[in-house]
Design a binder for this molecule. Structure first.
Ligand SMILES: *Cc1c(COP(=O)(O)O)cnc(C)c1O
Length: 360
């Protein structure tokens, strides 16, 4: 069967990208972050491919952790958002999932736990992100409460999350690191700070565990450099086909709202991909698209099922030719820049209409 619009998940890139994490953080254990369907790459597929190479996993939600256990994943799994209800706490314990403890609400639920199975707890410290976590002055008391809770396994672990680690010139990350170190120095549990940007840019952030997300997928956490330039291999490539090649005269517009007008007689290629597949609606005129080894510019609005490109007047491209929207020879970070977004949203946004193929 001819596939029109599909993504390829290059599973061989996983071992390579994990090796890059090891190189950057040789002493740390790796917690592979596979929330949001493994950043759009497929939760189970990525978990099974990563399992031989990492020491643990992190997901955002309890359901994601339960799905991993049901898929037979045996490694430690940390649920970064923890729980809000006793039912979720019961699931965490039942499936041996570990929980971020970030709020007084969670402590209340833990204290009401009457028939305890032991929960592995990671106290989340808010060192400056101001999203989840206890404030620094609360830490000694939170620690005492958890340490005395019959429901919680000892010792208690700690984590924090960086707000600006992708900006190598922002001193905020060093402040977050030293605050975390000060607050946790006297406790014996495991500690975790670094996301991908922390792993690559902030040596001092490498404690017991690093939490590698985006770099495992071959994507850069930094705006100024691509994953490929960092020595990573893209895990996903996105492909489609030309479905028509049409002539336009100088002065004609192409697509909705006539947002692009041709200055010259040219051939327009129509490609079977649009925002209904997860190609970004806000990709600007000029966004590169790879056809038959050449980059051609997107022209006109991205529609639900199609985009249009300027093939140039002398192009020999034909209907049926295959097209790469992002991948090894066209960094996804470039597409993200043209769409005023970050590559994280592009991989997460590939829709179920797109067939996923695996290559290894
Ligand atoms: C998503 C997430 C990570 C991974 O971040 P990347 O930038 O993808 O490496 C790490 N820690 C927490 C708390 C997260 O939410």
């Amino acid at each position: 069967m001819i596939r029109t619009t599909y993504a390829v998940i290059h599973l061989d890139a996983i071992a390579h990208n994990v090796a890059q994490v090891r190189l950057a953080a040789p002493k740390a254990k790796i917690m592979a972050v596979i929330k949001a369907n493994a950043y759009g790459h497929g939760l189970q597929r990525v978990a099974h491919a990563l399992e031989p190479f990492v020491e643990g996993f992190a997901v955002a939600r309890v359901q994601e952790g339960v799905r991993l256990r049901k898929a037979g994943i045996k490694l430690r799994i940390v649920v970064l958002e923890g729980f809000t209800h006793i039912e979720e706490l019961n699931d965490l314990c039942h499936y041996q999932l570990e929980a971020s403890i970030h709020s007084a609400h969670q402590l209340t639920i833990l204290n009401s736990q009457t028939a305890p199975e032991l929960l592995t707890a990671w106290v989340k410290i808010d060192t400056g992100m101001n999203r989840l976590g206890f404030k620094p002055p609360e830490i000694p008391d939170v620690y005492e409460q958890l340490n005395h809770s019959a429901a919680v396994k000892k010792p208690i672990n700690f984590m924090t999350h960086f707000a600006n680690a992708d900006d190598k010139n922002d001193p905020k990350t060093l402040e977050q690191i030293s605050l975390f170190n000060d607050l946790t120095a006297e406790y014996s549990g495991e500690k975790s700070m670094a996301n991908s940007a922390g792993i690559l840019a902030w040596k001092a952030a490498q404690t017991d565990w690093v939490r590698a997300g985006i770099m495992l997928y071959g994507i850069s956490p930094f705006a100024e450099i691509s994953g490929i330039d960092l020595g990573l291999k893209p895990l996903m490539s996105l492909h489609s086909r030309l479905i028509a090649v049409r002539d336009v005269e100088a002065g004609e517009t192409v697509g909705y709202n006539g947002s692009w007008r041709s200055s010259h007689a040219t051939k327009i290629g129509v490609i079977a991909i649009g925002y209904g597949d997860g190609y970004p609606r806000y990709a600007k005129n000029g966004t590169p698209v790879l056809i038959n080894g050449s980059l051609v510019p997107l022209v006109g609005r991205v529609s639900m099922d199609m985009i249009t490109v300027d093939l140039g007047p002398y192009s020999s491209a034909q209907a049926g030719d295959s097209v790469t929207l992002w991948g090894e020879h066209l960094p996804i970070e470039t597409i993200a820049q043209y769409a005023d977004t970050i590559a994280y949203t592009l991989v997460c946004g590939v829709t179920p209409r797109v067939d996923i193929l695996e290559s290894s």
